[in-house]
Write a protein that binds this ligand. Structure first.
Ligand code: FES
Length: 88
């Protein structure tokens, strides 16, 4: 089965907002949801909307304004529905 790519922007604006902690939190959230085998977490170059850092991309959809504090909420509200859509 092909894995779904979840890109986390590693550009400088996103980096400054705490991408390192964000990746750790995302890894944990994926593991807690039993999705670590289906989703590949990848780093990306600047995804464009730096003012809305941190930016995540699933398929062609961008998820904006993610940070280590709101990542759990963003995961439930925006990331999980996109992953479900892509895996259909
Ligand atoms: S640095 Fe992340 S969108 Fe530009």
């Amino acid at each position: 089965m092909t894995k779904i790519n979840l890109f986390v922007c590693m550009g400088s604006a996103c980096h400054q907002k705490g991408v390192y902690q964000l990746r750790l939190a995302l890894e944990q959230l994926l593991a807690d949801s039993g999705l670590e085998a289906q989703v590949e977490l990848k780093g990306a170059f600047c995804l464009g909307p730096c003012l809305r850092a941190i930016v995540i991309k699933v398929n062609d959809q961008l998820i904006l304004d993610v940070n280590p504090d709101n990542v759990a909420q963003k995961f439930t509200d925006e990331i999980l529905p996109l992953l479900a859509e892509v895996s259909r």
